[in-house]
Design a binder for this molecule. Sequence first.
Ligand code: PLP
Length: 376
Amino acid sequence: MQPRDLSTHATYEAGRGIEEVARELGRDPNEFVTLASNENPHGPSPAAVDALQRAAESANAYPKAAHADLTARLARRWDVTDAQIWLANGGDGAIDYLSRATLEPGDAVLVPHPGFAYYGMSARFHHGTVRSYELTKDRDFIQNPETVLDAYDGERIVYLTSPHNPSGSTASLEAIERIAAETADETLVVVDEAYGEYAAAESAVALVEGRDGVDPRDDVAVIRTFSKAYGLAGVRLGYAIVPEAWADAYARVNTPFAASELACRAGLAALEDDDHVERTVESAQWARSYLIDKVDARAWPSEGNFVLFEVGDGTGVAAELREKGVVVRDCTSFGLPECIRVSCGTDAEMRRAADAINAVLADGTTGRSESGVDEA
Ligand SMILES: Cc1ncc(COP(=O)(O)O)c(C=O)c1O
């Protein structure tokens, strides 16, 4: 007896954590800074930590009230109905719910390349197929309607990532609207705003709720998460905001109690702590300009909590940085083997990372990108 044919399924390559890297190198985890997974360097909101501790006492019960309360709180936050908020086990879980709700076997999804791997993985889990549109370095990973529509061929879901992982580029509301308008009625445009809090761009929820004289669209959904700006990656909490017209599909596709009691309580508390999010976003804004300014390599302007650098040999540079105690993301698995992605950390972490990257690049043994320093 074997599982079904999984040979076309890619495995998810997460950024590597400190413990894992330290164990592999036989070193003390305290020697490392980890800038590989776009986590919040300031931790969760203290209010969320309190809520988690308190919620632990009632972990014997199913999260009935907490689930409903968080749904209602988010619906109020976004000015949509409760049924339009689909809580899930992280943004990843929300992607799965959208796959479950839309894909028939053999249906295709259109994803950005390079891009976040889970879109394609989720489609394949749900017996779908995957096509991609190219975002290119030489066009600064620009996300315009032409790039997407030229590749579009009637897919059931089109994914946009704004800000885009790993480049940090964004898609404007006008671009998203045009893509939604020019794709078929049966195509859902999913705007993944996992890093939305860090960006100046307006959320695509505006298209779902239809404010400011624009009619609500029934073909756009938005993904948000508590993993990044809210610092709750470990509790796994995210959600989709879906069109009003098909909101009741959630009851037919969700895993019962999609978000745990602890996750819901932490989420509710985190939503009340605006200061924590503000501090987090300000710190990331400082960190990304600091990195772009200081690191001697081509970089792309980023609206996320990370910066992409072209360093020649991403794998080699990431390995040398690990030796120096700085863990960054080698972008080979994104299809950018010449790049690394560096997450925004604390001021001290950023100074250490910039110095370490410059030292590795100056050493030159791993090979420098042709486009070099001056194109930053
Ligand atoms: C673009 C993008 N979308 C979604 C996610 C999923 O995040 P989570 O499942 O932790 O909410 C991530 C995580 O890194 C991401 O980079």
